[in-house]
Design a protein around this ligand. Structure first.
Ligand SMILES: [Zn+2]
Ligand SMILES: [Zn+2]
Ligand SMILES: [Zn+2]
Length: 336
């Protein structure tokens, strides 16, 4: 019999479709034809194919926009929002809008065209996360911006148009609806129960243990009870903190290991699945310290989101998260 489960963070319901339970091998995703390094704007020697770099970790004796960098941050050449012009409210009778002010950046993870995060050195992943944190801090100072969305699309199905591994940052002048929903639910929970919804959920997952993939001093990785997608994987900081922008150096180092571990397990079990990695954090101008808890959601794109999901907000997940966890737990030492 199928089961309905609530995702406490989004308060949406998920149909765990046990009748058609799927194993990792049931999810066939054809390997995308590789375009290769020719003309890749993120490979060494092609630095002039992107707008000038905003930030790069490179030896002091190399010039900007030349090879030698380890991580490189550039403006998106085709930005979703533009930082030219100003933020102005517009009105068309009944309808309201605003100019598309915002910032859209790309963080190139390394010069290696074919090396994804699980196969980088921990030091390199630390560099990538440090660059994300540095850009987050910088964008936080722009008073026109209210939210910084850090994310990663991997694989064509998940929306990646360039195969060279990269993160994206889009900073918006509004708090996105998805974040508003999480904030509201977390706020309500805090005021009703006097504790953080995420801390409580993490405690419950640790207590039940069967959906836990990894836990260390700093981070807990699990397939949440209310997983919307097969093999959905969350990483939560163990110490309560509302903003990614204020994590410690040790946490950045530990996060590198946690991210490598999670993506390494998914890669091993599902053979390079397409996925979206999403970092949810408190809005820039909001004091959400006590009730919100930043986190990472990795959403493998193995099923099609269709009419029922769009119409109802109910997701159908054909792989119970307990089953997903069993497969992912079997992967030994993905970091090695
Ligand atoms: Zn490349
Ligand atoms: Zn918390
Ligand atoms: Zn979230």
């Amino acid at each position: 019999m199928p089961e309905l489960r609530e995702n406490p963070v989004t308060q949406s319901w998920v149909v765990i479709a046990t009748e058609r339970a799927k194993r990792p091998t049931d999810f066939v995703h054809p390997a995308a034809p590789r375009k290769g390094t020719a003309n890749c704007p993120f490979c060494y020697g092609n630095e002039d194919k992107t707008p000038p770099e905003i930030l790069a970790y490179r030896p002091q004796d190399t010039r900007p926009d030349t090879p030698g960098w380890r991580v490189r941050v550039v403006p998106n050449k085709f930005p979703a929002l533009s930082d030219e012009g100003d933020l102005v409210a517009t009105r068309e009778g009944f309808f309201r809008g605003m100019t598309g002010y915002g910032v859209h950046e790309v963080v190139v993870e390394s010069p290696e065209h074919d090396l994804t995060l699980p196969y980088q050195t921990p030091e390199q992943v630390y560099n990538v996360l440090s660059a994300l944190k540095e850009r987050f801090a910088n964008l936080s100072r722009d008073r026109r911006l209210r939210y910084v969305q850090i994310f990663k699309n991997h694989g064509g199905v998940a929306g990646a148009s360039l195969e060279h591994p990269h993160f994206q940052i889009i900073a918006t002048p509004l708090i996105p609806a998805e974040t508003e929903t999480e904030l509201k639910n977390a706020y309500d929970y805090y005021h009703e129960h006097g504790e953080c919804l995420f801390c409580r959920m993490m405690g419950a997952e640790l207590g039940e243990a069967r959906r836990i993939l990894r836990a260390d001093d700093s981070f807990v990785t699990f397939n949440p009870y209310g997983s919307r997608f097969p093999f959905e994987t969350w990483i939560l900081p163990r110490h309560h903190n509302s903003s990614f922008g204020s994590i410690s150096e040790k946490e950045v180092r530990d996060l590198a290991l946690a991210v490598q571990d999670a993506l390494g397990r998914l890669d091993e079990v599902l053979t390079d699945p397409p996925y979206n990695l999403i970092l949810h954090t408190a809005p820039l101008d909001l004091e959400a310290r006590e009730y919100y808890h930043w986190h990472i959601e990795v959403l493998p794109r193995l099923t099609i989101v269709a009419g029922f999901e769009w119409g109802t907000g109910f997701f159908i997940n054909p792989t119970p998260p307990e089953d997903a966890a069993r497969f992912l737990q079997e992967v030994k030492n993905p970091e090695e």
